[in-house]
Write a protein that binds this ligand. Structure first.
Ligand code: 4GX
Length: 224
């Protein structure tokens, strides 16, 4: 899987993606990142990437030309994604769909946003990572890359493989415990020490269902 990132802050990458599972995936050649500085796609003396908004108001807007030029220079034919609070929320179903592509193009906006013609005529999908306001699309792009990368075959070790994703998308995880059996007076649930695999399986399913009902009833209603 190859991620092509368009950004005004290329130095932010690969950042946290070099650590752990994603770092291993990159080292193994299963994941690649290519970072493009939007400023390199300008042609004026000042390498201007932003401008004042038509109609007035505060802040700056990213100009369309460098973004169109950068995307048009691309080699692969994967979807072009704009990280934006205006998009539908990223969830595991979207992550799974994205993981089927060979290349993804991720546009990271800054300031007040990008000229609307980018979203209207260049971008295939807008994606938000949550209903809060960040300073730029780079962290959202990293979140997307991280979530998609762990679904690429071979990136997770066989031990940690994403086993039943349809299950994982609908329910919260059951509680996990490791040694010691008693920590500061708090004991691990008896059933987990019993060695009865069928009972353990049932307990975990019940726990997952209970917690989802209590904490995230929206997941059970299929609202995501
Ligand atoms: N999930 N931001 C992007 C600038 C911007 C605005 C509109 C494109 C269109 C965010 C999020 C997010 C802040 C990143 C505004 N770019 N992105 N930036 N939440 O808050 O994805």
């Amino acid at each position: 899987m190859n991620f092509e990132v368009l950004t005004l802050f290329p130095a932010l990458f690969p950042g946290p993606l070099t650590s752990g599972v994603t770092g291993r995936g990159m080292a193994a050649g299963l994941i690649s990142l290519r970072i493009h500085n939007l400023r390199d796609y300008t042609h004026d003396r000042h390498r201007q990437v932003d401008d004042v908004p038509y109609g007035g108001g505060a802040g700056m807007v990213l100009k369309p030309e460098p973004i169109f030029e950068a995307v048009r220079a691309r080699v692969g034919n994967g979807p072009v994604i704009l990280m934006s609070p205006q998009g539908p929320l990223l969830n595991q179903a979207v992550v799974r769909q994205l993981s089927a592509h060979k290349d993804l193009y991720l546009i990271c906006g800054r300031y007040e946003g990008v000229d609307e013609r980018v979203a209207a005529h260049l971008v295939d999908q807008e994606i938000s990572i949550g209903d809060y306001v960040l300073t730029g699309g780079e962290l959202p792009a990293m979140v997307l890359i991280d979530a998609v990368s762990r679904l690429i075959a071979g990136v997770l070790g066989s031990e940690e493989s994403p086993k039943d994703e349809s299950f994982a998308e609908r329910l919260l995880e059951y509680p996990h415990f490791t040694r010691p059996a008693v920590f500061e007076g708090h004991a691990v649930p008896e059933v987990l020490l019993s060695g009865h695999h069928a009972q353990i399986e049932r307990w975990r399913r019940e726990q997952a269902a209970d917690r989802t009902r209590r904490r995230r009833p929206d997941l059970l209603r299929g609202e995501k």
